[in-house]
Design a protein around this ligand. Structure first.
Ligand code: TYD
Length: 207
């Protein structure tokens, strides 16, 4: 029996965390052993790095330092959590993975896709998901949802300007178009159960 690694991606406020939980429940109902995880984080070391990344002043890190910290967190996450689980035949669902670094640090911060992939090669052997589900909303909806969430306190990255998040969204769209075998773009509009059904349909060939 072979495990699977699925990542969910998207901008702020698209409902990723809810959908990771719902998709995990749907897979468990089919008898699959599922682990839910997230980035930055997902292992003890990566959760420690998460606090460095998301707490503190907006200018705490330079863009290259931030990219290195995300890559370091991911390396620990792959080595300690994702890799062992997939080897043991489990399915791993991750709320964000490499493509977030390509979209945020590579695209919106301007470090470039190649630099991020190089760091990923060093840190995690270039390990990629079997499928990446990109949750997409019309721009206005995402901004509205993020604004609602931000009233409860934005983190260092989520609180960046709208133009930054627009660059993130463009980068995700380009990635999805460039890797159609790995990516599925999922319409995140509608009732949560409708979105979950779209996600299940987008991994049906892996079941
Ligand atoms: P989180 O609270 O998990 O936000 P969300 O619910 O939007 O996923 O915070 C993660 C933040 O870190 C989010 O703003 C996206 C950002 N991020 C990057 O910039 N690069 C990365 O590689 C990852 C994994 C996340």
């Amino acid at each position: 029996m072979s495990g699977r690694f699925i990542s969910l991606e998207g901008g702020e406020g698209v409902g990723k965390s809810t959908q990771v939980r719902r998709l995990a429940e749907a897979l468990r109902a089919r008898g699959i052993d599922v682990i839910e995880t997230r980035e930055p984080g997902g292992s003890a070391g990566a959760e420690a790095i998460r606090r460095l990344l998301l707490e503190g002043a907006g200018d705490r890190w330079t863009a290259p330092t931030e990219a290195l910290l995300f890559a370091a967190a991911r390396a620990d996450h792959v080595a300690r959590t994702i890799g062992p689980a997939v080897t043991a035949g489990k399915w791993v669902l991750s709320d964000r993975y490499l493509d977030s670094s390509i979209a945020y640090q590579g695209g919106a911060d301007g470090l470039g896709e190649e630099a991020i992939r190089t760091l990923h090669g060093i840190g995690s052997g270039g390990y990629l998901p079997d499928r990446t589900l990109l949750l997409a909303l019309p721009a206005g909806d995402a901004v509205a949802r993020a604004a609602a969430r931000d009233r409860d306190g934005a983190d260092r990255i989520g609180g960046r300007e709208d133009a930054y998040h627009a660059r993130v969204a463009d980068s995700f769209d380009r990635l999805a178009a460039a890797e159609p075998d790995r990516f599925r773009r999922i319409d995140a509009v509608g009732a949560p159960e409708a979105v979950t059904n779209r996600l299940i349909a987008a991994i049906a060939d892996l079941l």
